[in-house]
Design a protein around this ligand. Sequence first.
Ligand SMILES: [Zn+2]
Length: 120
Amino acid sequence: MNESTHCDSDATAADTRGGAQMVYCRACGRQIHGSATSCPGCGARQMAADESHRIVLPAFLLCLFMGSLGAHRYYVGKIGTGLLMLVTAGGLGIWVLIDLIMILAGSFRDIDGKTLRRWT
Ligand SMILES: [Zn+2]
């Protein structure tokens, strides 16, 4: 005699333990889990925890045209190293070049240590 055992574990989807980090969707305002890459409600793309809200394009343009003034570093909030870049003429261009590559590679970090990854 074979018995088919049904193991219905009615676990509630709402996991609201203290550690769960909930955020609000930027597009529709719905509360979603912090690790969600997109909103289950409207499908809007969400920022990763280590992703900067600052965008790549202005940082790239500032670095390209005013890199030796440290302009791209002011943009990401790094005023101190921006000034240092200004007085060293962008580390004689080498530092600027490194930053430019970092920006293009998506590994340039802002003052909060978050990487700039969004282009628009
Ligand atoms: Zn949404």
